[in-house]
Design a protein around this ligand. Structure first.
Ligand SMILES: [Fe+2]
Ligand SMILES: [Fe+2]
Length: 129
């Protein structure tokens, strides 16, 4: 089970709540697999991707409102993360099995959004005020 460390808090709007939600979605699936379940690949990936896309759009809207100069770079970073998640989904669909490894890679994409990109935006806002 993964928990987002306090040092990864962004403290802007609902961003932290959304990060927690995304990680919790995956944690629930890992727990289900560990209990012997075989969660459906397509529906679970679609649910996760919908939340992820909504999360990225939410962040980009806040960044736009804040005139954040790193917005284009951040958008590109989000696009790459979605490409990664799409590749993980294809991997899952080709075997028909959702695995803990695949799910941990999904969490890594959320974590890298925070660590490599969102924290930069948080620092920008802090400097601005
Ligand atoms: Fe994020
Ligand atoms: Fe982000």
């Amino acid at each position: 089970m993964f928990a987002i460390p306090d040092s990864f808090r962004i403290d802007v709007g609902e961003i932290d709540i959304q990060h927690d939600f995304l990680v919790d979605m995956i944690n629930d699936l890992i727990r289900a697999i560990e209990l012997g379940d075989n969660p459906n690949c397509r529906t679970n990936f679609e649910a996760f991707k919908n939340r992820l896309v909504a999360h990225f759009a939410y962040e980009e809207e806040i960044m736009q409102t804040a005139d954040y100069p790193g917005l284009d770079w951040h958008r590109e970073h989000h696009r790459n993360a979605l490409d990664n998640v799409n590749a993980l989904q294809s991997q899952c669909l080709s075997t028909g099995r959702l695995t803990v490894d695949i799910l941990e890679d999904c969490i890594q994409n959320v974590i890298s959004d925070i660590a490599k990109a969102d924290l930069k935006f948080a620092a920008f806002l802090k400097d601005k005020h």
